[in-house]
Design a protein around this ligand. Sequence first.
Ligand code: HEC
Length: 147
Amino acid sequence: MRYLLLQKKSKIFIYILIISLYSTSCNSSNTDKEVTISEKTDSIADYIKPIEGKNDTISLEAIEKGKVLISYSDCYTCHKEDKRSFGPAFRDIAKRYPANKVFIQMLAQKVIVGGSRGWGYAVMLPHPKLSAKDAELMVSYILSLKE
Ligand code: HEC
């Protein structure tokens, strides 16, 4: 009798185990889906789409300040220096845009208002509290990463 009861209990235990395993595997497949959407691209040249233009020299001071501002902000939750993560790699951004005032201002505005479709379908959240000056320093640092 006791043996039978034990068997019944362990059956319930196994049943619960299967349900919990099933629900955790469902969760992980959801996060997989998000990653594949953000990695939608064609070839590397199509992805970088380099723009012709002259490069101004960016002051060392602006580069250093931009680097510090970036590390204090949330940028590295979506960007990496060398590799694409949720957002494009900073080095890929530097490969696309000429490092001059026009592009620095344009990209600084994009960081402030956010957006998508420049590098795929992932969306950059807006940074409305960022001043134009700080955003420009951050972009100056990113564009200084040209080879
Ligand atoms: C929520 C994730 C996320 C955060 C946080 C984030 N970015 Fe982005 N960023 C993206 C994505 C996604 C893109 C690509 C947008 C696109 O395809 O147009 C992007 C694109 C960019 C670009 C290129 C824009 C263009 O039009 O080519 C710059 C520059 C940039 N980010 C800088 C920053 C800086 C600086 C910060 C920190 C203040 C930051 N990002 C924070 C996700 C993020």
